[in-house]
Design a protein around this ligand. Structure first.
Ligand code: NAD
Length: 357
């Protein structure tokens, strides 16, 4: 049976970068005989324009049946004034929760050719390759009760609840251990167990699971130290697993170490490794339609999809190597351009990756 991908190009630069990612997907599909098929649906602003809602039933239905979803980006000023509950970004949150995509994988990889783009010293970041695994559907972002209430003395009080059940911790920990097994077999669990009971349990459960993965070296770190170490000596890390709130912050910090948002892919997986794959950046309305957006984050999202959902490691590696070769050739979209390199547009960059394959 062929495996099927639903492509949601979305808004702004979404369709431009997705067109290039699709060329790369078609190339490796042929080259490696992957037998993948794909079709397109609407999500975000384009879906609002056509169906009146950001996540139409037809899109959710197709995404539910698909083996993987490839997303461009959604949103833009055109839809910023409409009612909050039907804004483009709501479509994105809804599809993540409807598909139960609880494991968010955010690699922070710095190609040596782009080391100058980081705000850290080159020797600290050149060759950086970290994978942050963030729990995405629990913790303080979803815990009840929450709200802003009026106290008896008339003062307002805001409150949220950070809550994780054992099963939620266990399933994300298993994902992280298995990813560590596929990489350098080092897993760091980040918590604040000295202050927060919810993360004390987190640490206990992760530690309990560790004997099931004897080949993986598990360590623990408090989140404040992890934030510090990420800018002090980032290459000490391989796979990092943490909860929703800490993961949100640490993954953005790690992404910024690379200095180039147009290069970073991401994945959100469910229990069965079905996933939604997308670049970390947004729809970049400021450059949409100009043919200058960097398609590499979306192309690298295709590589992640092949690796994690379709277990096509050789094809994933081929895409990553092709991106490396294109950078070696000195080709750069404007966001990663520096003196002495060759500035190219979205399409030329995509076609160069296909040629390098
Ligand atoms: P953004 O990531 O779209 O843009 C930030 C800056 O980075 C801009 O200057 C943009 O030109 C640049 N940039 C982003 N991607 C690039 C690429 N591939 N190549 C070259 N330059 C790139 O973030 P924003 O400006 O805060 O948000 C714009 C819109 O995107 C908003 O509507 C926001 O809600 C939405 N958004 C969507 C997602 C998503 O779909 N996952 C994520 C973040 C933001």
């Amino acid at each position: 049976m062929t495996k099927h991908i639903v492509i949601l190009a979305g808004d702004g630069i979404g369709p431009e970068i997705m067109a290039e990612a699709e060329k790369v997907l078609a190339k490796v599909n042929d080259q490696f005989g992957l037998g993948l098929s794909w079709s397109h649906e609407l999500l975000g602003g384009c879906a609002i324009d056509t169906h009146g809602v950001p996540l139409p039933d037809v899109t959710l239905d197709a995404a539910s049946k698909a083996d993987a979803i490839l997303l461009g980006a959604v949103g833009g000023p055109k839809w910023d004034q409409i009612e909050r509950s039907i804004r483009p970004e709501r479509g994105l949150l809804k599809i993540r929760s409807e598909l139960n995509l609880f494991a968010n994988l955010r690699p922070a990889i710095l190609y040596p050719q782009l080391a100058h783009a980081s705000s850290l010293k080159t020797e600290l970041v050149a060759g950086l390759d970290i994978l942050i695994v963030r729990e995405l559907t629990g913790g303080i972002y979803f815990g009840q009760p929450r709200g802003i209430r009026i106290l008896e003395n008339g003062e307002r009080q805001g409150y949220n609840t950070d809550v994780y059940s054992e099963s939620e911790i266990r399933r994300i920990a298993h994902v992280a251990f298995q990813l560590a097994q596929q990489r350098n077999k080092k897993l760091l669990s980040v918590d604040k167990a000295n202050v927060l009971e919810v993360t004390e349990l987190w640490k206990q459960v992760v530690t309990e699971i560790a004997p099931e993965y004897p080949d993986v070296e598990l360590s623990h770190m408090y989140v404040d130290n992890a934030a510090m170490q990420l800018v002090r000596r980032p290459k000490q890390f391989d796979v990092i697993v943490t909860g929703n709130l800490f993961g949100d912050i640490l993954s953005d910090e790690a992404a910024m170490l690379t200095g180039s948002i147009g290069m970073l892919p991401s994945a959100s997986l469910d229990q069965h490794k079905k996933g939604m794959y997308e670049p970390c950046h947004g729809s970049a309305p400021d450059i949409a339609g100009q043919g200058v957006a960097n398609p590499l984050a979306t192309i690298l999202s295709v590589a992640m999809m092949l690796r994690y959902t379709f277990k096509a490691d050789a094809a994933a590696l081929a895409i990553e190597a092709a991106v490396g070769r294109v950078l070696d050739q000195g080709l750069r979209t404007p966001d990663i351009y520096s003196e002495g390199t060759t500035k190219v547009g979205t399409q030329a960059m995509g076609e160069a990756v296909v040629a390098a394959l």
